[in-house]
Each structure stands twice: as structure tokens, then as C-alpha cells.
Ligand binder design. Structure first.
Ligand SMILES: Cc1cc2nc3c(=O)[nH]c(=O)nc-3n(C[C@H](O)[C@H](O)[C@H](O)COP(=O)(O)O)c2cc1C
Length: 215
């Protein structure tokens, strides 16, 4: 295997928020889920569950749910609320609802603290999402990680009939980008890699955390 090919895919992946019309085939979706299936997970618990739709009417309902949330938040705090609109979720090739079976937290036998179990659980599902995003990128599809906050969760749950033992964690649109966004800035290797012990001279002050360019 050539590492450069893998790095090329990693470098090509972007969070895409403007899509153009286009189809995704069963086979392309299957390859993405196959990539998810190969993700590592604590105690090999594989807690992920994915609900996928290509139904535009359903996508438009998802858009309406996110739009209502955005309007409400903006109304509550017109000056400080900086949330991005998520209108794109209404018109993509596929929407994947990323769920996880939280009952698998019980299988981490060596972990006692509930917060550690939660950390493992979410990390496991996140690994699968990243695998899927890379698989999608390798086929020329854009994706983005869309948070599911408490405000939208009940309606999304009802729309997709997500049963109670499952957690609805994120939504992942998949589609052809209108244009591939420019790469977002990344920290330099030397700034976050520490050899042997943590180099305190690299510990960022608060100001550097908050002023870090997000875009
Ligand atoms: C855990 C996680 C949550 C994210 N949540 C959102 C989100 O709710 N909405 C959004 O537009 N992007 C979201 N993103 C995407 C990030 O903004 C994006 O990955 C980052 O700005 C780097 O850009 P890139 O993915 O194009 O390299 C999320 C990413 C991660 C890993």
C-alpha cells in the first residue's frame, strides 16, 4: 500500500456546505458503510447504526427542522448567535443519520466511570464517521459533520423513527460539492507534537485558543 494515496484522500476531504444536484448509487453508499464497518472500537463494541435516506421530501423536512432551530436561536440572541444555516441538508445525494447504541457502554469492562464510558462510546462512532467521510472523499463526494443538538433531536428522532435505546448523534449529508472548499488552516506539527515529555513552552495561552482561525 502506498501511504501517499491515503494521504491524498485525507487531504482532499473537506467539510462541504454547498452541494450540487447528483445521485449516489447503492454501491457507493455500500462502500461508505463498509468503510465504517472497518473502524476500530473499544472492546470491538461497534456501536454505530446508520439510517440513510435519498428521499428529497424527507430531506426538506430535516431542513425545516434545522431552519426552525436557527430562527429560534437568532430570535433569542440576535447579536451573539453565530450558528451557520444548514439549508444544504435539504438537497443532497443522501443524508446519513449517525446513531449509536449506548447500551454498548456496558461492555467496557475495565472502565468504571460513566464519563469514561461515554467518551469511548462517542469516540467509537466518530471513528466510523471519519472512515465514511474518507471513503466518500475518495469517490469525489463531499460530507460535513452536522451536530444534533437537544433542540432538534426529538423531531429528527420522530421523522426517522429512531428507537429509544439508540442515541442520535450526528447527521452527515453526502453529495457532490458545488466547488471544493479551500483547505482550512491546520496547526503546524511542531506546535502540537511533543517528543518524550510535554513541552510546556508549546502550551497555548487562552488568547491563542479563542483567536484560532476557524475558517
Ligand atoms: C465533532 C465535529 C462536529 C462538527 N460540527 C459541525 C456542525 O455542526 N456544523 C458544521 O457546519 N460543521 C461541523 N463540523 C465541521 C468542522 O467545522 C470542520 O471539520 C473544520 O472547520 C475543518 O474543516 P474541514 O473539515 O473542511 O477540514 C464538525 C466537525 C467535527 C469533527
Amino acid at each position: 500500500m502506498d501511504i501517499r494515496e491515503l494521504m491524498e484522500v485525507m487531504a482532499a476531504r473537506r467539510s462541504v456546505r454547498v452541494y450540487r444536484r447528483g445521485q449516489i448509487t447503492d454501491e457507493q453508499l455500500r462502500l461508505m458503510f463498509e468503510a465504517a464497518r472497518l473502524a476500530p472500537s473499544g472492546a470491538n463494541s461497534q456501536p454505530w447504526e446508520f439510517i440513510v435516506t435519498r428521499d428529497r421530501a424527507k430531506m426538506r423536512k430535516v431542513r425545516a427542522i434545522y431552519s426552525a432551530e436557527w430562527n429560534q436561536r437568532k430570535l433569542e440572541d440576535p447579536v451573539n448567535y453565530k450558528g451557520l444555516k444548514k439549508d444544504y441538508v435539504g438537497d443532497v445525494s443522501a443524508l446519513v443519520l449517525v446513531c449509536g447504541d449506548a447500551r454498548t457502554r456496558r461492555v467496557y469492562l475495565t472502565t468504571r466511570q460513566p464519563s469514561d464510558r461515554e467518551k469511548l462510546f462517542q469516540a467509537n462512532v466518530a471513528n466510523a464517521v471519519e472512515h465514511m467521510m474518507l471513503a466518500a472523499a475518495s469517490m469525489g463526494f463531499g460530507t460535513v459533520w452536522v451536530s444534533v443538538r437537544k433542540e432538534v433531536e426529538p423531531e429528527l428522532r420522530a421523522l426517522f423513527e429512531v428507537p429509544r435505546p439508540l442515541r442520535l448523534l450526528w447527521v452527515m449529508p453526502v453529495g457532490r460539492p458545488r466547488a471544493w472548499p479551500k483547505p482550512k488552516p491546520r496547526r503546524k506539527l511542531d506546535d502540537f507534537v511533543h517528543w518524550e515529555t510535554y513541552d510546556r513552552s508549546k502550551l497555548r495561552p487562552e488568547s491563542k485558543i479563542t483567536s484560532w482561525p476557524k475558517s
